[in-house]
Design a protein around this ligand. Structure first.
Ligand code: GTP
Ligand code: MG
Length: 196
């Protein structure tokens, strides 16, 4: 997709701050562990280096950040979960906020679940994907940091991840923000699912 506009709308820390469908745009949320590369992935697929703030320190994204993409889509950068070094209090406040964002959100048309190709998914990702399925929310799995995995091992890793997540390998996009690997494939899947 040609990106003509990509702008930060706002960051929300409470449900009152969530964006409510201003012009009928579909919302696409990006979810995954702290430091997995959610914000980097957003920047890579829109081709803007500094749209979403990234950091080598886990827990950088502490709000739910909304971005306007071409006035057609809203990208939603969720705070990461599961990182031990993020203070407990903070994790405790994020979880209910993210749950409130996800539950009963008619504008949410797709959740992109991001996993580190070397680490793979764990129980959290599996139960999240099951929850999304039960709630009729389409999901895609993206393995990021694929530049760090040996080329010859990628297919095997993807097959293992599909097995753990009980999904088809077709649902998984192999991606890297460093090299841009998977960018076109991810966009075509997004467009197919969301219909833009
Ligand atoms: P939180 O907001 O803290 O949950 O993190 P995040 O998931 O948004 O991760 P972020 O995009 O900030 O990236 C975390 C670190 O991983 C940064 O140092 C990035 O440069 C690095 N990183 C992200 N994607 C890739 C990738 O595809 N390959 C490599 N090699 N590094 C990456
Ligand atoms: Mg982030």
């Amino acid at each position: 997709m040609k990106i003509k506009k990509a702008e930060f709308i706002k960051g929300a820390t409470t449900p009152e701050g969530f964006i409510k469908n201003p012009g009928g745009q579909a919302q696409i949320a990006f979810s995954g562990r702290s430091n997995v590369g959610k914000s980097s992935l957003i920047n890579t697929i829109v081709g803007r280096k500094k749209l979403a703030r990234t950091s080598s320190t886990p827990g950088r994204t502490r709000e739910i950040n909304f971005f306007n993409i071409n006035d057609a889509l809203i990208f939603v950068d969720l705070p990461g979960y599961g990182y031990a070094k993020v203070p407990k209090e903070m994790r405790k406040s994020w979880r209910p906020m993210v749950d409130k964002y996800l539950a009963g959100n008619d504008d949410l048309k797709l959740v992109i679940v991001i996993v580190d190709i070397r680490r793979g998914p764990e129980e959290e990702e599996l139960s999240f994907l099951m929850w999304l399925k039960e709630n009729g929310i389409p999901a895609l799995v993206v393995t990021t940091k694929s530049d760090k995995e040996k080329r010859g091992k990628i297919a095997k890793r993807v097959a293992d991840i599909a097995k753990t997540l009980q999904c088809s390998p077709d649902m998984i996009v192999t991606f890297s923000s460093t090299t841009g690997m998977g960018k076109d494939k991810l966009w075509s899947k997004i467009r197919e699912i969301v219909g833009v």
